[in-house]
Design a protein around this ligand. Structure first.
Ligand code: HAM
Length: 412
């Protein structure tokens, strides 16, 4: 039945997959909060024109990857392919564009119509930060430290690649140079590819296409087109990273997929991921807020691919505490009463109230296989005597406790 299939590239998430995703999300949340970033939620649907104006009309995202649709009112909307443009839109819409430095984060689903493969989905989750209102190496360093802290907390080995793209003037002269360079090599490309490259020549620099790579390797890199101020700004960021002992590689081919980037750009990559090896991507976008109709405010941010990262982290065995079984079905009500008291007594405990009708030995096996540390079986006797046998499955010990002792025993 076609209508019961999941949409390609949009898997249902359950069992270990969702546990891994939640672990990455929680780690991001912890780190964002420890840097005093505040959450910002924007809708998953925006006007398509927002991404045409931000990511760029010629970007792959807008050209090929946006899930777009007309609503009942004839407006052209889309599922957001990324979080930055929506957040900038929201700052402007809500009049939040004072000069004051803003430190914001978001977590949520994004949608791109890409060819699904390992590490690449059509619905995926991003956690991102945007630091708005500060335009120097100080904010470059802060967002890089946030990204690095998350990866280190998750025990992931990574490489940080960094580059500097320069402002509109420098980028324009680089584009003009590349257009000429591509024209001189026109014979190497078919007509369609040549037209695409001429439209967005900077993207040729980090293309994975072998034909393009072969030609573009002889082109000059962006550093030749930066002005003195831009060279100094990049040098300051690099100096700060050195002082903080952050390891990095300068990759002059790193240009990123969206047109809004202006200064520092970066990616954190992980070897074990294969072709889709970027787990975090970001950079500075000092013109975007003004271009979308707000004040001229510098900004920098990144987004982390939660799904991609979740595929490579190790998760610990579950920490389950008490399995409360029942000697006979009619004791379940009392067992639920005891379970509830234990949960109220200590909200950190993971307590399973058994609701099935298997015999006690099967219940013990189940508790063992689910990794519970303690089992308490409740029957008529426990209900009458109010004495409970607490079996420690890990140490194969048993204790008899009255209700008060039971609560004290599990109170941390
Ligand atoms: P991005 O590089 O397009 O940047 O995406 C960031 C991360 O999202 C990637 O490094 C990757 O881990 C993950 N990702 C992207 N596409 C997919 C996909 N199809 N499936 C799974 N994971 C994916 C941005 O989105 C910018 N908004 C980042 C930014 C924030 N720049 C400044 N502020």
């Amino acid at each position: 039945m076609k209508d019961l299939k999941t949409i390609r590239g949009m898997p249902d998430l359950y069992d270990e997959d969702i546990e891994r995703i939640v672990l990455v999300e929680n780690t991001c949340l912890e780190v964002f909060k420890s840097f005093n970033y505040k959450e910002f939620r924007t809708p998953v649907i925006e006007n398509k024109s927002l991404f045409q104006r931000s990511a760029g009309e010629t970007s792959d995202i807008v050209q090929k990857e946006v899930y777009e649709f007309e609503d009942r009112n004839g407006e052209m909307l889309c599922l957001r392919p990324e979080g930055t443009a929506g957040l900038v839109r929201a700052l402007i819409t809500n009049g939040l564009t004072s000069e004051e430095i803003k430190k914001l984060f978001y977590i949520g689903p994004m949608f791109r119509y890409e060819r699904p493969q390992k590490g690449r989905k059509r619905q995926f989750f991003q956690a991102g930060v945007e630091l708005v209102g500060e335009g120097t190496s100080k904010s470059d360093v802060e967002v890089l430290l946030i990204a690095k802290t998350i990866l280190e907390k998750l025990g992931v080995e990574y490489c940080l690649e960094i580059n500097y793209l320069g402002g509109e003037k420098s980028l324009d002269s680089y584009r003009a140079y590349l257009r000429e360079f591509l024209q001189a090599n026109k014979a190497c490309f078919d007509e369609k590819l040549y037209t695409r490259l001429q439209r967005n020549p900077v993207r040729a620099i980090d293309s994975k296409d072998e034909k393009i790579k072969e030609v573009i390797k002889d082109a000059k890199d962006i550093t030749n087109f930066l002005n003195e101020d831009e060279k100094i700004a990049f040098a300051e960021t690099i100096e700060a990273l050195d002082m903080l002992q952050v390891e990095y590689t300068i990759n002059t081919n790193l240009v990123r997929g969206m047109d809004y980037y202006t200064g520092t750009v970066f990616e954190f990559t992980v070897d074990s991921l294969g072709a889709q090896n970027a787990v975090i991507g970001g950079g500075r976008y000092d013109n975007l807020i003004e271009e979308l109709g707000g004040k001229k405010l510098p900004a920098i941010g990144f987004a982390l691919g939660i799904d991609r990262l979740s595929e490579i982290i190790a998760i610990e065995n579950k920490n389950n505490d008490i399995f409360i079984g029942c000697a006979e079905v009619k004791s379940i009500k009392y067992a639920q009463y005891i379970s509830n008291k234990l949960r109220l007594n200590n909200g950190d405990l993971v307590i399973e109230s058994y609701l099935g009708n298997a015999n006690v030995s099967k219940q013990l096996k189940k508790a063992n296989s689910l990794g519970f540390k303690f089992v308490i079986i409740i029957g008529q006797e426990e209900q009458n005597t109010k004495i409970f046998k607490v079996k420690n499955l890990k140490e194969e010990k048993e204790l008899s406790l009255n209700e008060k002792e039971l609560m004290e025993f599990f109170n941390g």
